[in-house]
Ligand binder design. Sequence first.
Ligand SMILES: Nc1ncnc2c1ncn2[C@@H]1O[C@H](COP(=O)(O)OP(=O)(O)OP(=O)(O)O)[C@@H](O)[C@H]1O
Ligand SMILES: C=C(C)CCOP(=O)(O)O
Length: 335
Amino acid sequence: MEGVAWKQRSPATCPPIRCIVKLGGAAITNKGELESIDQDSLRSTCAQLRQAMSDPAAKGKVMGMDWSRRFGDPADPVVDAEGFADMPGIGLDSNFIVVHGAGSFGHFQASRSGVHKGGLHSTLVKAGFVATRISVTSLNQEIVRALAREGIPSVGMPPFACGWSTQQRNLASADASQIIQSLHAGFVPVLHGDAVFDELLDCTILSGDVIIRHLAQLLTPKYVVFLTDVHGVYDRPPTDPDAVLLREIEVDDNGGWSVVKPALQDNGKGVEISVASHDTTGGMETKILEAAAIARLGVDVYITKVDTEHSLRALKGAVNTCSDDWLGTVIRSAK
Ligand SMILES: Nc1ncnc2c1ncn2[C@@H]1O[C@H](COP(=O)(O)OP(=O)(O)OP(=O)(O)O)[C@@H](O)[C@H]1O
Ligand SMILES: C=C(C)CCOP(=O)(O)O
């Protein structure tokens, strides 16, 4: 039986990963409104992901995989079991991993209680740890459901529940065997920024950007995509009308990076980044550092705006740095 054959596969060897994509919290939630999902943006992103994962020649109707009732549903959802027989599979070389941020979930609870600074002896921090995890896992459930409704076989994998932990905010234990087994079984793992134990601080907040860097180092995807609410990295906060989009950033062997397009006077050394006051994981600054660490591996990183033609091209890995018709930031190795 096919199932037996699958179970005999060694989970230690990971199938080739095409893409690891970060659904930024700023992309899929309304960051200015507590625990508010941007449903249109999330729905569009799930549809683009399905498009990027599917074999263009595949025919047949995409069948939803969320059979739970949704608020206000009049009756139990109808499951057309026979419809799955003709459903087009996801492309064989389309092993994707999804990681999402917290956006307007989690950050408020974490910053209000200081979870990112640790100290579980404090009842406030312990309460904040609980509240933060309730918030980010509820967001994870909604994202898994939205992906499943697009026919993407997604499984939520909260880092805390998978036993991941940090030491002084750096990943210390991050076993990926469950992720690898899920990929072998044809699922799409969906991880997220989470509250985790820390060997020195007791607890802290683990950013989705750090998770992506770790998974890229471990599994070497063909490319990595960060989807957010702006077209990429600018030379200053994009709220400034004079902000210039940095289209191409090169990373050297030492992890130093410089802007190659457009040519800037100081090579972009003076890139100015602002971080929202409640953001407990460093915002765009963390993203650039993690993206540079990924590019050092020889993995191209695309940072672009969600729900655009540019995000679809990035998810398909169809970005050509020689042309200027793609709006976003490419971060790649200088080699
Ligand atoms: N120099 C800059 N270039 C680009 N964006 C910047 C810059 N400085 C500040 N920003 C802000 O950074 C934000 C994106 O960073 P943020 O970490 O919020 O993204 P995210 O990954 O979508 O969110 P989360 O970290 O919650 O997952 C943008 O909304 C933008 O306004
Ligand atoms: C619990 C939280 C706040 C997770 C933060 O993850 P990020 O939004 O990817 O930085």
